[in-house]
Write a protein of this length. Sequence first.
Length: 473
Amino acid sequence: MCYNAKMKVSFRYTPLVLSTLIVSVFSCGAPAGDDKVELVLAMEDVESIKTGLEKILADHSKNFKALTNLAAIELMQDELPQAAEHLNRALSVMKRRSDLETVYLLRVTESELALKQKRHEAAKKAAEAALQVNPSDPLHSRLYLSRALYALRTHGNSEAALKAYQDSWENDKAIFLHADFEAYADLLAEAENWDAALTVSYEYFKRFGYRFGMGAYLSTLHEKAGNFPYSVLAAYLDLRYGLAIGAASLQQVADNLKAVEQTLRDNNADEGIPYLKALQDMEKGRWAAAYTALIGENIENPIHAYLGLAAAIESGQAGQEVLAPMLLLEDYYSAYPEYYYRIAHEYARYPLKYGFAEQRPVLEKVIFLAPGSAMAAESRRVLCRLSGIDERFAADIYLLGEQAAAVRQYAETGRTETLAPLVRLLDFKPNPYTQAAEKALSDLSDIPPVRTYLTQVKNKTPLRNERITYILN
């Protein structure tokens, strides 16, 4: 018997599942059309493979391998009705002696499709069948089983879902999605395994970065685990983020910290008080005191480490060596505006070493993440200073993304006044934001209403007049 097997796999992340692509198997005595399927599956382009499989099915409508691979591709492309049709046809022609690699792909595809259709019992059975066919599970049906069992847990499957996710954590953690981290942490919390829930939640934090509400969730887990100091620090993350996005005021932050202090005292959790006092010192600008309370050796917790380093930066006591460990925390804080704000302050302390090229992306990140905040206003002023622009015009500094949004708004509404922020940038001496605005307006200058508008507004300043004249000519 001649047998040589090769498997091709491609993954794409979707909101709930990973999509599998193709499996090819070379064997002697293959069913009619399989030789053509192998040639098609060897192609590099997915659309070419899809077209090739459709042509094969026109001549060999019951080819199991072609039907299965086509269904997998259609599922990957979110063509659910077509995927369901070809999957059902593949199921109808599957035989006991069908090659196992394709049977495995069929069961994985069946489980994924059922998950997308919220048929969780069917998804569970298909994933279990896939694992029976191939226990090594290269296409991660174990993760589909975990998701199905989690959805079914209200029917008494919590323990089964937890066991499935524990197995997936060991084998498939690298491809966990948001929903997987949340589900697994939820199951561990239900089981009151607080330390494991914290491990999963911090891995989630590192993988996807901070999200509003994460601090409160981690705070609850730490409290349940009996770690009141870290419960206090985690809750503070959300308070400061709320301040950045305008969902809280400084007074509300102070009031919340006072309420936390009372809660700690009422519950005899005095070990949390020193950390709470450090946060209150930060709020009052007593950075040196906060730094003394929070700094320590070999701090592994990313919240404790961040807050201690922030206090070190603002107190000015730690020197340049504080920057390297702060930068190592970016995976956790890539969506946390205050993180970049603190780094910007450290850069500003050493202007000869960190000039416009280094400071610009950090300052822009603050503005992008919290556009209406006091931090963003300060960051615009710093960008003005670095660009040689009077700080009085800080509000006129439009980032490239903001300029693109203004152009899109014009395209959607046809209102030329939406381009006014770009026009105002033409008043300043050369800088990256003015150069970008000049190019954007130049790209629009052949549109008659835009030409008329630019002609009307060009004479306000000599620089604007010169640039608009150049654009129009």
